[in-house]
Design a protein around this ligand. Sequence first.
Ligand code: ADP
Ligand code: MG
Length: 254
Amino acid sequence: MSALLKIENLTKRFSQHTAVNNVSLQILKGENLGIVGESGSGKSTLARCALRLIEPDAGKVLFDEKNILEMNRSELKDFRRHAQIVFQDPYASLNPRMTVQDILQEPFAIHKKSIQKKTAQDRIEYLLDLVGLKKDYLSRFPHEFSGGQRQRIGIARALMLEPSFLVCDEPVSALDVSIQAQILNLFEDLQTKLNLTFLFISHDLRVVRHLCQRIGVMYQGEILELNTADKIFTHPETEYTKKLLSSIPQVISR
Ligand code: ADP
Ligand code: MG
């Protein structure tokens, strides 16, 4: 399998603080790569740099072999159709004044994608169904939904332009545990149906365990170890990973 995303020697500093320090990793096509680490370890900064939502200070980010850090505006716009992000907070990430219909339609407008009205509407309704929401929700506003439903709307929006790569930054952390499992099952379902590649970020090892083939453990801006999920759980290489593992309950159920 070839790499969809390659991060090479990526560094991002905020004034004196190095949030991401010389990180290199690859995500293969069709793979889910998990990144775990405690709060403040640099996960979100890494995710944002990977999509060039913020500018790194050094390094390369290659998507399909092209360095996104060297792309001009129009190339970057094209890249953003293929690479999307789902954020942690389903409350903050949806415009409260827009209906679900408007929210899901917006990506087409931003990208001025030449798509027929009917095709766009078909896509909206297809995705709404795929993420488990009813068609008559289209006329409603975000405040009318639960956290889990809002996250489903955020996920549908991220999928509107048929991306191949989805970055999920703590997508279930704001949700109740029972709802977390449902959303994780949804991600699993979407991956098989839509052929997606995921960069999946969580502070919780349990969340990435079932979804990700490989997991990188991040600590103070660096990837301490990156191995198969199986290896991370059965033969962790670093004391820090062992510590993370020992802090999760023994019975893992989903
Ligand atoms: P995580 O997602 O793992 O919790 P972050 O990437 O959000 O970690 O943050 C990593 C470090 O960078 C933290 O020390 C955080 O305070 C700092 N940081 C993140 N974003 C900014 C910013 N915009 N300005 C200044 N410091 C930041
Ligand atoms: Mg974060």
